[in-house]
Design a binder for this molecule. Structure first.
Ligand code: NAI
Length: 296
């Protein structure tokens, strides 16, 4: 099996943090990328932001001006969901909700060709379950990138029970062609990284709940003594509390309410408040204007 041809069109559904990153990487790898989001302004913002990132890479002499211009020109807003019809690969990066993802893929099946690969960037939902209602579930696979996509090399290629091995292989090889370091995994709750990472967040949240130390101190200890790139609180702020809370709920439910994965009320309250982390300007910490003090 080989990677997708560069001439193949890639569609990215959802133009938030992850969708924009995936589009940036796919366009830089040579594909025409069609972006779709229910919020048209999210698509426009993603394309403008990616163009700025390419320009920064030119300034740092890590990309030529001609390559940046060509990659920017390959980023196109899809004309409605039907505008992704010619894609060879669709990568979904919308809200972390099984019913919403199923409904999107059902719509996509009526739009794309039979050979088109359908990939989900879900962090935790069963790939088997997302595929189950499709006419051709064998074409759906997990293509799980990490945040921020352009910087994080790992891609988990997740096979559900019905996934065709050749589809997983094409996505694996395509990830390599996009400069990533993929790994095959089966569809289990949280897959590899999110399963192993859950206790990292959960214990940090328990420590905070017990007032052992504040969030900034726990983060600093984990960075300086633990050797982690980021502490649990700054990492949750980067991921987004809506996304992270949904992932914890999903893993907790899938493991029959195993107490190890119990979601935190602290995080539930952040979501209730709309304090979603970096993307909303406030989470455990404040971002943007007046960003010096902890916010929660
Ligand atoms: P986000 O909230 O930044 O972006 C989601 C985008 O999807 C929004 O622009 C929204 O308007 C759009 N959207 C929602 N429903 C839609 C629909 N039915 N059709 C088209 N567009 C729709 O979320 P983010 O962080 O980009 O996450 C997206 C997916 O990627 C989720 O499944 C999440 O679990 C997964 N993921 C997130 C990571 C993270 O660190 N944030 C890491 C790896 C995976």
């Amino acid at each position: 099996m080989a990677a997708l041809d560069k001439a193949s069109i890639v569609a990215v559904i959802g133009s938030g943090a992850m969708g924009a990153g995936i589009a940036q990487v796919a366009a830089a790898a040579g594909h025409t990328v069609k972006l779709y989001d229910t919020r048209a302004e999210a698509v426009q913002k993603a394309i403008a932001d990616i163009a700025k990132v390419y320009q920064k890479l030119v300034d740092k002499e890590r990309m030529t001006a001609a390559d940046a211009q060509a990659a920017t020109a390959r980023l196109q807003a899809a004309d409605g969901l039907a505008g992704v019809a010619g894609a060879a690969l669709v990568v979904e990066a919308i809200v972390e909700n099984l019913d919403v993802k199923r409904s999107l893929f059902a719509d996509l099946e009526g739009i794309v060709g039979d050979d088109c690969i359908l990939a989900t960037n879900t962090s935790s939902i069963s790939v088997t379950a997302i595929a189950a209602k499709l006419r051709r579930p064998q074409r759906l696979v997990g293509m799980h990138f990490f945040n921020p996509v352009p910087l994080m090399a790992l891609v988990e290629v997740i096979s559900g029970l019905a996934t065709d091995a050749a589809v997983a292989e094409t996505v694996y090889d395509t990830s390599i062609a996009w400069g990533k370091n993929p790994v095959h995994a089966k569809s289990t709750p949280g897959f590899i990284v999110n399963r192993v990472a859950r206790p990292y967040y959960a214990e940090g949240l328990r420590l905070l709940n017990e007032q052992a130390a504040d969030a900034a101190t726990i983060d600093a200890v984990m960075r300086e003594a633990g050797g982690f790139r980021m502490g649990p609180f700054e990492l949750m702020d980067l991921i987004g509390h809506d996304v992270n809370y949904s992932v914890t709920q999903s893993v907790f439910n899938a493991y029959y309410n195993d107490p190890r994965f119990t979601p935190s009320v602290i995080q539930q309250e952040l979501v209730n408040a709309g304090f979603l982390g970096r993307k909303s300007g406030r989470g455990f910490f404040a971002y943007g204007d007046g960003a010096s003090a902890p916010a929660a």
